[in-house]
Design a protein around this ligand. Sequence first.
Ligand code: ZN
Length: 920
Amino acid sequence: MLHRMLYRTFLRFALAGCVFMSATLAPGYSQQMPTPVENAGAASGTAIADNEFWPGARYDANIPTMKRVLGYAPGEKITSPSDALRYMRALAAAAPDRVKIFDYATSWQGRPLAYAAIGSAENIKKLGEVKAAMQALADPRKTNDAAAALLIDQTPGTAWLGYAVHGNEISTTDAALYTAYHLLAALGDPVTQEIHKNAVVFIDPVQNPDGRARFVSHFENTLGLAPSGSRIAAERREPWPSGRMNHYLFDLNRDWYTQSQPESRGKTAAILDWKPLIVVDLHEMGTDSTYYFAPAAQPLNPHLTEGQLNSVETVGRNNAKWFDRFGFPYFIKDVYDGLYPGYGDTWPAFYGAASLTYEQASPRGLKAQRTDGTGYTYGDAVRNHFVASISTAQTAAAKRKELLATFYDYNKTAVTEGQKEPRKTYIFPARDDSVAAWELAELLTRQGIKVQTAQDDFTSCGKAYKRGAHIVRAAQPAKRLIRTLLDSDSPMDAAFIKEQERRRAKGLGPAVYDVTGWSLPVAHNVDMAVCNAALPVSDTFKPFDTNPAKGVVTGPRAASAYLVEWGNVNAVRFLTHALRDGLHVKSADSAMTIGERTFAAGTLIFETAANDRDLRTRLARIAAHTGANVQALASTWVDAGPSFGGAATPRIDAPNIALAWDAPTDPLKAGATRFVLERRLDYPVTPVRVAHLGDKGLDQFDVLILPGARGRYDTALGTSGTRALQDWVRRGGVLISIAEATRWLANPDTNLLSIRRENAATRGGVPSRGEKAGAFVDGVLLENEAAATKATEPAKERPDPSLGVLGRAQVDADHWLGAGVKPTIATLINGGDIYTPITQDNGVNIARFVGANDLLASGYLWEETAKQFAYKPFVVVERHGDGMVIAFTQDPTFRAQMNGLDILLANAVLRAPAHSRKLR
Ligand SMILES: [Zn+2]
């Protein structure tokens, strides 16, 4: 979770770090361990102790050690993902009655993901009953208090331990392996016995195998005779993009509700299957730190319950007990918040788990050196995570009844609150964008939310709705997830906000780590109505069908052309498949009326004469695959709008798309952009390292996308590279910049954009440095506190960064870049990059933010930041020679969550080359 800290003020973190950094590990760790139980272990095999992780422990020799299977003891090597699963399978082979392995996903690079259920033979035998019991407790509409009491009495506690969601947070996986071994092999240990008797432990040793493999490969490629603890040693400093992310460079610890990645989809489905009482996500943080576990820091998501927070504290307190006993330093309630629902320690809370994050200071290799000169080994880090893992399993066993009762109560109160609260029915009307509504309903269903679809027209809150509308009733166990994902706002604690406003006024950074706005209907741009009355239960509403509709071809067989209406993601996929299939396709720049029917701007045109004989068959195949419908036309006569043979229906050629890759791009942003184009819109892109963008090879590309960056494009490209890029644009290239890349193009030295970034507009009034030359400035009177504060403000500074909100923008419907795009869209507004609007002589503002009062769609935004963003550009286009620059001032592919921006992005990437004058 390292980078979450960047959002937090350094001061606050350093303070937490300092307190514990000075504490050293208590010497004689092994002597402080409880003495092993004397009378145990004599019966089966020779007890061995090949490490000191649980000093004095005696182990069953029938259970294979890591040394026997992998050739090294825990902590001696950084285990690869394939070896991790090999070892888990070896444990299962040795103790098949106490371990069950479940494969749950395959990564993009083809690596298997699996978790193990571990417990006593008796508990593993009745795993099916455990699952059924948890599902019964999770639905109090079917399980009354008496039935629940019986289940609470009989069901073992369950804990889900997830390791290495960030691939370079290495000690977690080896701790997982040792935890599994210890649970199976420890003899006569009272803690293990307690866990066997009363708990089932789920261990997911590698949540992100592709990222971990990347780290391990890099580490092994740079390791020499002896490991180095140096902070600048090559083995401990990863090259771009690091092993943190998965193949598409997603931070999987932000993907729990978006579920765009196979690793997240498989994991969330598995977790919802078992509904474990405790879910822990194990991480690593900065090398200088110590150990962190929940309770989490403010701000907390308002939909977490008190019972749940108490359960979290129970887990934390037991960890503290062990850490105190062993003299391991730790901290709680700092840095890691619980507001955003996409983390591994928040999303499981919304089915009722006590969910927590653990963070171990990262050795980032086999040896680590702190800045204060102290050090620790990989084995130390593995040991800490192992102890926390065993402690957690112990809590699941010892406190199982309280945890089960809290879980049942969580689900029960969710239903009753859903019955009482004003937001009783969420409705997604059946309108033109049924595809987006379907996708949203499917995403909700996947997370355990019951969605229904109207089979007939109905009314709700006095409004009429057509059949095909999807509805979500709040009175269900998933109520709190429904509210956090669908409501426009999940408000932070008022006192917390007040404190942040106070800090901001003093120029201190706000203590919010991630985005504050994520509402799914806003991000997907899906219409939603909320009614304060419950809809009657009737045959009108049937469970949502998760099978997507297949598109078909309709109209005369002797067709002269076929149309696919533009405006939803299925149509975009239709276009990309058609282009990849080599079909001849045109697109209308504005709306057309043909007979009775109007087709939206952007509609795709396939002319029979321009294509091969099997056109209809091929269109039918693409329609079935993508879900988009095709309309056959007997005649190409257009009653209103552009004719097929005119200039306003340009041909779309399959563009060659390059995407800037490697430093200085931000791997998260480069990865998300690549993912959205390749896996959402189904079109391949070629990643090109920034250092090579000035090469001749760029000529074979029609489009170049510059994603958001952490470093500077100008230093990476140099003067000659920049000039080559400018020439490429003038010769007809389409250059698309996103977020920080737009900064570079708008810099006067680059001069590929005429817009400029703004300083904060609200400062000034007080004469201060810079306004007058010379040693003296005009004197001023500071008459009150406010004036005094004002006088400390810099005369010129960047606008205060927005804390990741969703904001509304208006689209220019007259421009082909706006074709098929809804008139109002929402985008993430992150950071403080605010640009001047483009002037008419230089280009067009394709999308601009709306007025300050209507701007905010989801999250928390500073008032003056909203005022300054108002009416400023989100997307502009500017022509240069035969080519053009399309600039996004904010990232439309953020975490692959902004489905509502698909069409705008597709227009820029696929349609723009048809409007450039590149010689082909
Ligand atoms: Zn992490």
